[in-house]
Ligand binder design. Sequence first.
Ligand code: HMG
Ligand code: MG
Length: 298
Amino acid sequence: RWPECVQIREVGPRDGLQNEPGFVPTAVKLDWIGRLADAGLSYIEVTSFVSPKWIPPLADAEEVAAGLRRREGVTYAALVPNMRGLERALRSGIDEAAVFMSASETHNRRNINKSIGETLPVLREVTAAAKAAGKTVRGYLSTVFGCPYEGAVDTQQVVRLTEALLEMGVREVSLGDTIGIGHPRQVEAVLEELLGRVPPDRLALHFHDTNGLALANTVVALQMGIRTFDASCGGLGGCPYAPGAAGNVATGDLIRMLHAMGVRTGVDEAGLSEASAYILQALARTGGDPGAAAGDCL
Ligand code: HMG
Ligand code: MG
């Protein structure tokens, strides 16, 4: 019932920094990403090729991609909303494009300024073009467990859109608890529906930890066969277009729980703690709130 190992997708440099009030200097971002790779993380989402007007903290996406101290065996991914973003990502040599949309209309509209119906063809075109350029593509579905504007989200809509993303050719769909309101019983119910249609190795879970339930939710997903989890070093994160969202589950908390359970992650706890302390100190200098994630630097 418990796996021998799980894969962690580190989203700190993207999800973690996109919501920060201050601009973290590019050199600090690059140093942090280097430390994350050195700690053994084999997948790092390093930035977003979105509009710098919408997400100013990641306006240096090109500089981040160009400055990466690449470590062999590490996949460096970035968020891509449209063809303009894909062109930027391809010019920058990113390994994997992550396309994204929401399961609820209002969050989709607030986040990417389109209806769900208008978004699907855009993501289809981006996915096809990324694959034609030899890249892999990951898909995010947000607001799977609830929407900050609409409340409850229909699980059948989640199933339909997950299948639509997979049919486009994304490698895996990351199911986002964007505002961290999902609970273990709900995770079980949503996964029961999905796993009737989609194999577990095509799914990842992306828990934000607003209510402190991310690890409990992770345990349920593990028991149901999910083997890939997103996490953020320092527990940073949040979506500017999802009021009330807290950070992602802290990578340090996640790996400590998994290691204690005898599940391998390939991530070194001490190295991760150092990377976490490094970025929290840097954020303290740029006016962020490192207190929220202090537990990750144990
Ligand atoms: P729009 O304003 O509708 O776009 O934004 P547009 O196509 O009308 O273009 C308007 C302007 O933006 C133009 O520039 C375009 O060139 C420019 P202007 O002529 O005004 O100078 N533009 C771009 N510039 C750079 N890169 C691009 C790009 N595209 C257009 N790629 C858009 C539409 C999607 C661009 C915008 O809404 C946007 O950038 N949204 C991003 C929002 C975002 O990043 N949210 C956070 C990430 S999602 C998340 O956090 C959830 C997740 O973690 C999972 C979970 O927790 O659930 C993934
Ligand atoms: Mg997120």
